[in-house]
Ligand binder design. Structure first.
Ligand SMILES: [Zn+2]
Length: 310
């Protein structure tokens, strides 16, 4: 991935980004909704130990005032820019139709066959860049900022089951159907429809209480016993493969299963898939914090503390 471009988050550039956000937001094809990414990053940031938290604050541009989630959708906004077009294949993985498996050597490449250009490769790449943070000069800080933001975004994407989907239907993008009463496609159902329906119907459009519920599930709810297994990772550079395998398995078992193009998906699909979507957001956030605590801070103690104090 030698095409990393140095990028300074200066104010004029940010203004330019804002314009681009408005311009491109209608076209976002492969992405957890804004809400999915924001919740993933907020969960992660809430679980950082003090040392990691300090480094993250230091790397973020001043205008976000220490809020990582403010930039977590940035990679979706710039992927269509000429300068960042190289980053487009990093948001997903195409696997062979109906294989229901991910094989890094077989599947992690861009459409031209360039190796490592997929979301698992991107998580690996940006994690390994951040591992060198402590050796960096102040000039390298800008690359580190970009690496942090890309990592935070791609940890969300690698957990969205349909981001590791079948090649011929582009992860469900070409499976057109209806979500309740409007037109959508299977990829979008997992990116945003389920999340937005939940936010509206169950949380009265309040994303904070939605996120609180997700967090309660792993602090003292149904998933609290699973936290140790979610964060089990001996080698940060091979774990993304495991997380992508989980995604394609879920895509087969819950995403594609029983779905026919042209049909209407509604309550039944929502009710049976909602907890999978929230669990993937939780896992993405918890694991992002695990990576950041390992590379920047003093991990290993922190999760026990979270569990002990809640
Ligand atoms: Zn994305």
């Amino acid at each position: 991935m030698g095409c990393m471009v140095k990028f300074r988050f200066s104010l004029p550039v940010f203004l330019l980004l804002s314009v681009a956000v408005v311009f491109f937001s209608a076209s976002g094809a492969h992405a957890w909704s804004k809400e999915g990414h924001v919740m993933t990053c907020r969960i992660a940031q809430s679980l950082l130990d003090p040392a990691a938290s300090e480094v993250v604050r230091h790397l973020l541009p001043e205008y976000v005032d220490g809020d990582l989630s403010a930039l977590c959708t940035w990679p979706d906004q710039i992927r269509h820019w000429y300068k960042y077009r190289w980053s487009s294949p990093l948001h997903f993985i195409d696997t062979p139709d109906d294989a229901c498996s991910f094989n890094y050597a077989r599947d992690c490449h861009d459409p031209h066959g360039v190796e490592n250009m997929c979301v698992a490769g991107a998580v690996q790449n940006y994690t390994s860049q951040l591992m060198h943070y402590k050796e960096g000069s102040s000039d390298r800080r800008y690359n580190m900022t970009e690496a942090l933001i890309f990592l935070s975004h791609f940890m969300g994407d690698v957990h969205q089951p349909m981001h590791v989907g079948f090649s011929s239907d582009e992860g469900g993008n070409t499976i057109n159907l209806r979500w309740y009463r409007h037109k959508s496609n299977l990829h979008h159902v997992w990116d945003r429809e389920i999340i937005l329906t939940a936010e509206k119907e169950l949380y009265d459009n309040d994303m904070d209480s939605f996120q609180e519920d997700i967090q309660n599930n792993f602090t003292h709810g149904a998933w609290s016993d699973d936290l140790a297994s979610w964060t089990a990772c001996d080698d940060l550079l091979t774990c993304p493969t495991k997380w992508a395998e989980e995604s394609i398995n879920l895509a087969c078992k819950w995403g594609y299963k029983g779905v026919t193009a042209g049909e209407t998906l509604a309550e039944e699909y929502f009710n049976s898939r909602f907890s999978i979507v929230t669990k993937r957001i939780a896992q993405g956030g918890v694991r992002l914090s695990m990576i950041l605590n390992k590379v920047f801070g003093h991990q290993d103690h922190h999760y026990q503390q979270v569990m002990a104090t809640t």
